[in-house]
Design a protein around this ligand. Structure first.
Ligand code: ATP
Ligand code: MG
Length: 552
């Protein structure tokens, strides 16, 4: 579908790769990886990184691995891992190899022993608090730990004991021996390993120590022969450490880390920590709630993989952080759905219309094109009879100026069918309109009425064949552009972010829609059959997006 599986047209990273290839670096190979931690579901920010990493591999005839950075066992799970795999595939990408940082635990341990033996790493037995004190600050150089000059033998023995589970969590860490006075705090003897006696979803209880992110990432990249390690800007200050580890170990491969700006999207939050909070505090109904900026949420909402790729290409890849407006994402979705989704008739808030002079025995099905521009999508039959439903707000007893739809005594065209005239308005005891009695002009099927202009066109469904449906309308989850800066997320949740309409009337073809099938409901918006709750006996649709940009 539309956007190819390539990355943004041109960007500074592609320029670097072009230069590397021209200079004959990496034997002309391009190898990237997407390295999520399986501690939550992927969100639209991850999609940006996926489109970049997989897109570059596709464009340069290279490879992209999916590597799980599974080094924090207490937060990680099989559920998250499976969800991530599914989301990457749904976005349209296929990994070259599926890897896990945990596959390298033994190798990483051996690397660490090598560092100890060469005098480049030591076991520190200071408390976390003491280490924080000794680290110093931007203005103040750090102080060397009293354990910094332990002998190689002592370090080796301690590190092995840490591995064997002889010491408690937090009692020791393995640190790189670099420079406590470095201006870059990341270089002040960073931790490489900590003790964590917890179960890992892949390695079980085999390990009592787990490697730190900065140490794991660069070594995993090197083991996989990655050429360009693309990450977000917050890791720029970690690059000297990335290079130090690989230079010191003198690995055969030394990938190049390149940083780019993360995606920040208005009216939502893009951090797993906050997304977990939304789920746990029940502000949403799970990770795939259609209001979530997760890939699974956007999927359930009806977004297409192509529109997400299009969006990622449109925002581009830069070195500078910037906020992106939600309207930009929605424009990509709307354009894609407009081009590809079939049209259907649905009435969200029905009011009955009885055509008093229509003889049902003369009724024939009307033919409707499934798409106004794309004939190949074919046509379908729509039944028509003396009883119909129209949208309550397509009628006004006391119309505002310029109202061009149905009014008492006025005429309107029923889309694809006749012109009708409102003859009588029937109300209940509360004054609520329950039915409109109308007559029709038999000579207006596919023809303009004689001698007068009828401007308004409204949609409808045939009461005889219409099916009841539940329709869920979604609005932004937050009331402010930057919810993360609010004191609490709860205080900026939009109380009207979800509205459930029951008793909507839809044409029968919609009951047989497949889960996740997408449509334009004429004059209303784009909708998708809910992946979980929709069935032919209880049709449920989610509004993906309105027909027009409502952000302006
Ligand atoms: P979060 O803050 O949501 O937990 P993370 O960076 O910790 O995000 P990871 O699973 O570690 O999540 O990320 C996997 C990859 O996705 C990393 O390379 C990371 O840089 C990238 N990524 C995460 N969030 C964004 C974002 N908002 N924009 C672009 N890339 C992102
Ligand atoms: Mg992370």
């Amino acid at each position: 579908m539309n956007k190819p599986l390539s990355s943004a047209a041109s960007n500074f990273i592609r320029n670097i790769i072009d230069q590397d290839l021209a200079a004959g670096k990496n034997d002309g190979r391009v190898a990237t990886r997407f390295p999520p931690e399986p501690n939550g579901y992927l969100h639209i920010g991850h999609a940006k990184s996926i489109c970049l990493n997989f897109g570059i591999a596709n464009d340069y005839n290279g490879t992209c691995n999916l590597r799980f950075d599974d080094t924090n066992p207490e937060k990680e799970s099989v559920e998250y891992m499976e969800a991530i795999k599914k989301d990457v595939e749904w976005l349209g990408y296929q990994w070259h190899e599926l890897r896990f940082a945990s596959d390298y635990f033994q190798q990483l341990y051996e690397f660490a022993v090598e560092l100890i033996k060469a005098g480049h790493a030591y076991v520190d037995s200071s408390s976390a608090e003491e280490m924080r004190e000794m680290r110093g600050s931007l203005k103040k150089p750090g102080i060397e730990s009293p354990y910094r000059n332990r002998s190689v033998e002592e370090n080796l023995a301690l590190f092995e004991a840490m591995k064997n589970g002889d010491h408690e969590d937090g009692s020791h860490v393995l640190r790189a021996k670099i420079d406590m006075a470095a201006s870059n705090i990341n270089m002040r003897d960073p931790a490489l390993y900590r003790i964590r006696k917890v179960h890992h979803f892949r390695t079980g209880d085999a390990w009592n120590i787990y490697p730190m992110y900065d140490y794991t990432h660069c070594t995993s990249d090197a083991i996989e022969n990655i050429t360009h390690s693309l990450c977000t800007l917050e890791f720029e200050d970690h690059r000297p450490l990335y290079d130090w580890v690989l230079d010191t170990l003198d690995t055969a491969s030394h990938p190049q880390q390149i940083e780019f700006a993360r995606l920040s999207l208005e009216y939502t939050v893009l951090s797993k920590r906050r997304l977990i909070q939304l789920v746990e505090e029940n502000h949403v109904q799970g990770w795939d709630d259609p209001r979530m900026p997760t890939v699974s949420g956007m999927r359930r909402r009806g977004f297409t993989p192509g529109s997400i790729r299009e969006f990622c290409a449109a925002i581009g890849i830069t070195k500078k952080d910037a906020w992106i407006e939600m309207a930009m994402l929605e424009t990509c979705v709307r354009d894609d759905l407009n081009a590809h989704s079939e049209r259907r008739l649905a009435v969200l808030d029905p009011i009955k219309v009885v055509i008093t002079d229509f003889d049902d025995s003369t009724a024939t099905a009307l033919q409707f094109a499934n798409h106004p521009q794309n004939e190949s999508l074919g046509k379908r039959d729509i039944s028509f009879s003396a009883e119909l439903y129209i949208e309550r707000d397509d009628f006004a007893e006391d119309p505002p100026p310029k109202f061009q739809r149905l009014v008492p005594g006025g005429e309107v065209r029923l889309r694809g069918s006749y012109v009708i005239k409102c003859e009588e308005v029937i109300k209940d005891a509360n004054g609520q309109v329950t039915e409109l009695r109308v007559t029709h002009d038999r000579d207006t099927l596919g023809k303009k009425p004689e001698g007068r202009k009828v401007k308004g066109v409204i949609h409808w469904v045939d009461a005889a064949t219409a099916v009841d449906a539940e329709i869920r309308l979604y609005e932004p989850l937050f009331t402010v552009p930057d919810p993360a800066s609010a004191e609490t997320m709860a205080s900026v949740i939009n109380p009207a972010s979800k509205t459930v309409l029951n008793g909507c009337k839809v044409e029968p073809a919609l009951a047989s829609a497949a889960a996740e099938e997408r449509f334009q409901f004429e004059r209303i918006g784009y909708f998708v059959a809910d992946s979980t709750d929709h069935s032919s006996s209880t049709p449920v649709f989610n509004r993906t997006i309105t027909l027009r940009d409502s952000w302006k």
